[in-house]
Design a protein around this ligand. Structure first.
Ligand code: HEM
Length: 423
């Protein structure tokens, strides 16, 4: 072998390793000290592959940490695609497709499916279910108050925050009340697959596939029932819709169920827990909000989402040789988009580590960096948060919150447990 035949030396990894398991044991604030260093440096950092439950040959990925670079990559799906995978963790693209449906597609497939599903998310459709959301929020807070007054042990995250998103998504899709908890739990497990509370490392692959199976078969069973007995729900629309002259297959319907079951449940739940804690820690901001709730809640909800950043990351793959943030990226290389870092970028946000519901403008990337995949449920999520916090802040007496326990994950910023009691 001559010197010219020698394989190129592997590209060195950055001194800050954000792939290592222990990094995600640290709290959000201290992780952001590392992200702040990465944001301040030129270019992107090359990171080792995350420890994976599936075999792979991924050499590593580029970490994108600045607000402007994440926006650019999100909006240029001609350069950065989703069909080779959207997870920072190495995972076969076909498994990701089974979990995330059109979230891991590129045009023209993505455009067709998104158009179909969007029919259920128009502002008119979302307004249609507003009274249902309001009633559910009232009832859920009634229950919380009863439990607290009766002196029962209540966990804000596990017993309360999970309820409204679960009902909203279930009502929308048409999931039977008896199956709601099962679907929500399976979705939560999928989101938290690297946390030992849900499954040990050895069990992880089988556990993930089992939860995936529960969601997929729940979707398929429901589809079969709606074909026979249509109702006014999203599943009925989906089974009757045609994309390019063909009806959706059972596999596609299963994947759709997994996407909505997970995208719609856990994200809004986590925002509720983080935001409630931040408000309890800042009673002056509760008072400011209550002075003009209707006029101020929309801005506050944006800060809830920026502050929480429930979705920490997604990924894209370069479709051509290109450049991002001053770094050349070769076709096929993966870029990890760290929304958690974008939402603390000092180039965009003053005092980024302070919770401040008066922030305006608030161009956070909690729902994504814009572009084709921007969160389809953002209006629905905001509406739920508006109604839930109205009930919570106007009806709940003073409470104390226990220390939150966080989910170990590089994907979801989650609160597992947060005890609540009357003060
Ligand atoms: C606070 C709550 C939520 C947050 C933080 C959130 C965040 C996100 C993010 C970061 C993305 C990816 C954006 C991108 O790749 O550019 C996304 C996509 C998506 N979200 Fe949400 N989401 C929330 C609530 C919801 C709800 C309630 C639903 C539906 C019931 C939903 C449905 C979707 C769907 C269907 C997509 C895929 C869109 C596409 O690929 O075209 N999300 N969301």
């Amino acid at each position: 072998m001559t010197a010219t035949d020698a394989p190129p030396a592997p590209r060195p990894y950055h001194r800050h390793d954000i792939s290592v398991h222990d990094f995600w044991d640290r709290d959000f604030r201290s992780r952001d000290d590392v992200f702040a260093d990465l944001r301040a440096e030129d270019g992107l950092s090359w990171q080792p592959p995350v420890e994976a439950i599936f075999p792979h040959e991924e050499p590593g990925y580029w970490a994108v940490t600045r607000h402007a670079d994440i926006k650019f990559a999100s909006q240029r799906n001609d350069l950065f695609g989703s069909s080779f995978g959207i997870s920072v963790d190495p995972m076969p693209a076909e498994i990701q497709r089974g979990i995330s449906f059109f979230l891991s597609m590129d045009p023209p497939d993505h455009t067709r499916y998104r158009r179909l599903i969007s029919m259920s998310f128009t502002p008119r459709q979302v307004r249609r279910i507003e009274s249902q959301i309001r009633d559910n929020a009232t009832e859920i807070v009634d229950r919380l108050l009863d439990d607290l007054r009766a002196g029962r042990d209540v966990d804000f995250a596990a017993d309360f925050a999970t309820k409204l998103p679960m009902r909203t998504v279930s009502d929308m899709i048409g999931i039977d009340p008896a199956d709601r908890e099962k679907v929500a739990y399976a979705a939560e497990c999928l989101f938290s697959s690297t946390d030992d509370d849900y499954a040990s490392l050895e069990e992880r692959a089988t556990h993930t596939m089992a939860q995936l199976g529960i969601l997929t078969s729940a979707g398929m069973e429901l589809a079969q029932r709606r074909r026979v007995e249509p109702r006014e729900d999203l599943m009925t629309n989906i089974v009757n819709a045609e994309v390019d002259g063909h009806r959706l297959t059972d596999t596609e319907i299963g994947a759709f169920m997994v996407l909505l079951g997970s995208a719609g449940n856990d994200t809004t739940k986590q925002t509720t827990s983080h935001a409630f804690r931040a408000l309890v820690d800042n009673p002056d901001q509760i008072a400011w909000l209550l002075d003009d709730f209707d006029g101020r809640i929309d801005g506050a909800v944006d800060e809830f989402v920026r502050w929480s950043t429930p979705v920490i990351s997604f990924a894209r793959h370069a479709l051509v040789d290109t450049e991002l943030g001053g770094t050349p990226i070769a076709a096929g290389e993966k870029v990890g988009l760290f929304y958690c870092s974008a939402n603390r970028d000092e180039a965009v946000f003053e005092r980024p580590n302070e919770f401040d519901i008066t922030r305006s403008p608030n161009p956070h990337l909690g729902f994504g960096g814009g572009g084709a995949h921007f969160c389809l449920g953002s209006q629905l999520a905001k509406m739920q948060l508006r109604h839930l916090f109205h009930e919570l802040l106007t009806r709940l007496p003073e409470v104390t919150l226990g220390e939150p326990e966080y989910v170990h994950s590089n994907f979801v910023h989650g609160v597992k447990r947060m005890p609540i009691a009357l003060a």
